[in-house]
Design a protein around this ligand. Structure first.
Ligand SMILES: [Zn+2]
Length: 310
């Protein structure tokens, strides 16, 4: 018996030693030996956690208030990425400053760009680039949840029934969320459904829920808003007597404050309607620190801001 055990452990050592990195399928995950998932943005990590349950451990690189357009991988991130069993990122050029890192990882690691699940024809194009803010149409995020579920099953086939059942439960919540946003949006008079934010993060939201959307900066925060952009948007707001402006948790409020001042110079006293979570969720552990919480907070804040009486 002892010999057998010795032989088995030697064989195990030899086998593990020879194993190639990508041969992760033979690993068995459980609530004790969790699959190590690394996500870039919190919205992806949150979906993974909801579907993976206690079979996975999730690390989201970008916490509350972090701008994914500008984020560069830190030394600690690289270490986590190299150790991950599964890496999930948005793609569609969202993580612009991490493109090299992600590309390199794609040759050696189990990695999925969840945004690739959106059909090319359904992606919004702004100035010849695809808009990466796909999570603001809840139906896009339902598709993405399916992709995340598939990636978990692929990495850990033994957990398939757990992932399938968690996915079905979470998908039902997202469908409810989509109905909630639709109802709240429909309650705002149509001529008031104009959403003005610091950067152009809400195009998918606008298309799905019937808002005209204007951002002071483009679909990335890499280039700053020019004085011409401020002037044009201020004219538009004053002429159309737009209800409110919104600041974003991951973008400095400076440009929106400058816009507010420019609108007031034109004789229209515009309010800041509150803070929206655009490219990052709220604090970890809070309701706003979940995808469902961030979307709920946003539509509630938008409804309140735009429904103010003149
Ligand atoms: Zn953005």
């Amino acid at each position: 018996m002892k010999k057998l055990i010795l032989c088995l452990s030697i064989c195990a050592v030899i086998f593990t030693g020879c194993q190639k990195k990508e041969d992760s399928k033979s690993v068995s995950y459980s609530s004790e030996n969790k699959m190590n998932v690394v996500a870039t943005i919190g919205m992806i990590g949150d979906v993974a956690q909801n579907i993976g349950g206690d079979r996975i451990s999730v690390y989201s690189m970008m916490g509350a208030g972090v701008d994914p357009h500008l984020y560069k991988a830190k030394a600690g991130d690289l270490e986590r990425l190299n150790k991950a069993d599964l890496i999930l990122y948005n793609g569609v050029h969202l993580e612009a400053k991490m493109a090299d890192v992600l590309e390199k990882l794609s040759t050696t690691k189990n990695i999925t760009a969840v945004g690739n699940s959106i059909n090319e024809k359904d992606l919004i194009t702004v100035e010849q680039a695809h808009d990466p803010h796909i999570w603001f149409d809840v139906n896009n995020w339902i598709l993405v949840s399916g992709v995340i579920k598939d990636a978990l099953v692929r990495t850990d086939p033994e957990g398939k029934s757990v992932y399938e059942s968690n996915y079905n439960a979470y998908k039902a919540k997202l469908e409810k969320l989509d109905s909630y946003v639709k109802e709240k949006a429909a309650a705002i008079p149509e001529n008031r459904r104009v959403l003005i934010t610091a950067h152009d993060a809400f195009n998918y939201f606008g298309r799905a829920y019937g808002f005209e959307v204007r951002g002071l900066q483009g679909i990335s925060t890499v280039s700053e808003a020019g004085t011409g952009d401020v002037r044009d948007l201020a004219d538009f707001i004053a002429e159309n007597k737009i209800g409110a402006l919104f600041v974003e948790s991951s973008v400095s409020p400076k440009s929106i404050k400058a816009l507010q001042a420019a609108v007031q110079d034109r004789g229209w006293n515009i309010e800041i309607g509150g803070e929206l979570f655009s490219d990052a969720m709220g604090d970890a552990g809070s309701f706003e620190g979940t995808y469902i919480g961030m979307v709920t907070h946003n539509i509630d804040t938008i409804t309140k801001g735009l429904s103010v009486e003149e």
